[in-house]
Design a protein around this ligand. Structure first.
Ligand code: GAL
Length: 682
């Protein structure tokens, strides 16, 4: 892995050394020159020390092919530097200028129905277009060479949210690239026919040229073809990232390169577990998903980002001070949420807190999207909260460079299972992979347990309990690792539809859950999915929805933790636990929701000897996330409720809180929608 950790020496040589990076996307090209002076003045006032610049400026820096205008960008770079603000400089390739699409309409993506995605929005380029790639890399080189020695430059920001709008392209370029991707994956057509099981429905290929992306078809396209197409799309964008990165590295080997991931808002298309090793530091954009689970989802996503970063510090590249503009209804944040959300990211390892964007646009599609400096100007609650957050982040300088302390419990997150489990032609279309993973995560927080979210390639033996919700795709290697984990004393919990297929989406034969059947000591002959409004009762008081299984116990000593009381499988096991080696493997055959999952977890955690670090009265109301360095621990206590929570029982010295308390100074209360950070010796 080429990962160069993002750390305290990030700002070496600048006056911001050792500070949490604080800032935003900055789009000065949308404003007249006089506004820039006010921008830097207010940035200084707010404690902003970094901006991402030039993300959508291709049309300005290259107004005609090969003709460049950097005068304005030079001036902005200089102005920022004079004010002590570092620059994460974009390669400006996110959105091609009109002249490029007019000259080369063959760069435009095509959807699965064959419709062209025209210019007028943004990101209208095919990830596999050789023409786009050539123009983009040429621009990247010009920019890199121009700013290589600029003192404001601290990092490169490749493109922007790669795949946000253009991940699935079904064009001729995509077809060509898909074929060559398949050739290098499978070598021979014979092997591809075997893996895609093309004897089904007369799909056997006799020539590579016959193969297409899964375009709109009469009915379900071949599932392995669909799964491979997803892998290919993720790889194509990753390849684009690498191409830009390599140009940058050749010009400025010492400047770290990143691109902003989208864990989780729009992240299904990109297998970030596979991308994380390609960036010099992980960065992420996160937008709150409004609703009752918003905070848990935020924490889950930040936790997964920390997992992708291997527990090391990462960069929050974008989030929102208030409303976004792209949901059907866009509500502002409530008082306190701006600071709270920022500190939740810091808790999970973010050493940077940045927003989209610095100054709210006056025109364009994002004019109703919040920003650090709103339309109403500096005399606003938002700007006051922004300034306050700048102060809070300065107080948190001690945590910079510290890593996330490893939890004893982890939830596995697997893009391949997400992709394959939610394909069409499955036992149910109602399965929502992320929702299931989030349920287990919330249940653990309810129990007051510190939990990591990790991709499947992380060594499992670091954990005592691993929850693997809907781990649908289990290749041999993963199956072996899970077996070893349990044999060596780990406690595994998995759910319905897990272990079912191999990496080619071929079913493991002999009964479900296939690859995990023997480990779990159970056998399932057929699945029993439930209709949307249907539910079943379990004899432990839980309610199951979505799915049920007819379980046969095959292992020795399999313990039935709960049985179905109602439904087609009444009287049969619903939740089982199989002691194996010095560990155990448990199976949950229905969707339990947060409350039901909590009940199962209580038993499993108890047997594993995992207890909450939080005093009883805080469990559920407060989430604990821990960072640490060689000498100290930093306890981030996140209030999950809408009321103040008394902190009395927790030892440690308060070093920061997400908002200064109205009572002034440190108090023993975590305010509603607040986070308190305590320092303790390690
Ligand atoms: C992100 C994007 C930004 C901005 C933001 C608005 O997806 O990177 O450029 O559009 O969303 O929420």
């Amino acid at each position: 892995m080429s990962y160069r950790p993002f750390s305290a020496n990030w700002f070496t040589g600048s006056r911001w050394e050792g500070r949490i990076a604080y800032g935003a996307d900055y789009n000065p090209e949308q404003w007249s020159r006089s506004v820039w002076d006010e921008d830097v003045r207010l940035m200084n006032e707010a404690g902003v020390n970094i901006v991402s610049l030039g993300i959508f400026s291709w049309a300005r820096v290259e107004p005609e092919p090969g003709v460049h205008d950097f005068g304005w960008l030079d001036e902005v770079m200089n102005l920022l530097h004079e004010h002590g603000i570092a620059v994460d400089l974009a390669t400006a390739t996110a959105s091609p200028p009109p002249w490029l699409a007019a000259r080369h309409p063959e760069i435009l993506p095509v959807d699965r129905q064959g419709r062209t995605l025209w210019p007028g929005g943004r990101q209208h380029w095919r990830p596999t277009s050789p023409v786009f790639r050539e123009y983009a890399l040429r621009l990247v080189r010009v920019i890199a060479e121009r700013y290589r020695d600029h003192p404001a430059l601290v990092a490169w920001h490749v493109s922007n949210e790669l795949g946000c709008h253009n991940v699935y392209d079904y064009s001729e370029d995509a077809a060509r690239a898909f074929r060559s991707w398949l050739r290098s994956r499978y070598g021979t057509l014979e092997r591809l026919n075997e893996v895609w099981a093309t004897d089904f429905w007369s799909q056997r290929y006799g020539d590579w040229e016959e193969i297409l992306p899964p375009r709109l078809a009469a009915t379900f396209p071949n599932p392995t073809q669909q799964l491979d197409f997803r892998r290919f799309c993720s790889d194509s964008l990753k390849d684009h990232f690498r191409a830009e990165r390599d140009v940058l590295r050749s010009v400025t080997p010492a400047v770290p390169v990143t691109t902003n991931f989208m864990v989780m808002s729009n992240a299904k298309g990109m297998n970030y577990a596979d991308w994380a090793g390609e960036v010099d530091f992980v960065s992420n954009d996160h937008y709150l998903n409004p609703g009752p689970r918003a905070l848990d989802e935020l924490s889950f996503s930040a936790g997964l980002t920390g997992g992708l970063a291997g527990g090391r510090p990462w960069f929050l590249m974008e989030h929102a001070t208030g409303a976004v503009n792209w949901r059907p209804v866009n509500k502002p944040k409530k008082q306190g949420e701006l600071g709270r959300d920022s500190l939740v990211h810091v808790a999970h390892g973010a050493d940077a807190v940045c927003f989209f964007q610095w100054r709210q646009s006056r025109a364009g599609a994002e004019k109703y999207h919040s920003a650090m400096l709103p339309h109403a100007g500096e005399d606003t609650e938002t700007f006051r909260a922004v300034k306050e957050l700048g102060g809070v982040l300065a107080e948190l300088s001690a945590v910079v460079g510290s890593s996330r302390a490893r939890a004893r419990v982890a939830v596995l997150f697997d893009w391949e299972s997400w992709w394959a489990g939610e394909l069409d032609s499955r036992p149910t279309w109602l399965l929502d992979y992320r929702r299931e993973a989030l349920d287990w995560y919330s249940a653990l927080i309810e129990l007051g347990v510190v939990v990591d979210v990790i991709p499947t390639d992380v060594p499992l033996e670091r954990y005592e309990v691993v929850i693997a919700p809907v781990l649908h795709v289990v290749p041999n290697e993963l199956s072996e690792r899970l077996h070893r984990f349990v044999e060596d004393g780990g406690h595994l919990v998995t759910t319905y539809f897990s272990g079912t297929v191999d990496e080619h989406d071929h079913v493991w034969l002999g009964g479900y859950p296939g690859a995990l059947r023997e480990l779990l000591g159970i056998r399932i002959e057929e699945f029993g999915p439930l209709f949307e409004a249907e539910s079943v009762e379990l004899d432990d008081g839980s309610t199951g929805t979505l799915w049920t299984d007819r379980i046969e116990l095959t292992g020795e000593d399999v313990e039935v933790l709960a049985s179905y009381r109602t439904g087609d499988y009444a009287g049969r096991p619903a939740i089982t636990r199989h002691p194996r080696g010095s560990g155990s493997a448990s199976y949950v055959s229905t969707r339990l929701g947060v409350v039901g999952s909590e009940r199962v977890l209580r038993t499993i955690l108890d047997r594993a000897g995992v207890v909450s670090e939080l005093p009883e009265e805080l469990r559920g109301r407060v989430q604990l996330v821990i960072r640490h360095d060689a000498r100290r621990q930093y306890w981030f206590l996140i209030n999950r409720t809408e009321r103040d929570v008394e902190l009395a029982e927790v030892a440690g010295t308060e070093i920061a809180r997400s908002a200064r308390s109205e009572r002034g100074g440190a108090t023993s209360v975590i305010p509603a929608r607040g986070v308190v950070v305590l320092e303790k010796p390690r």
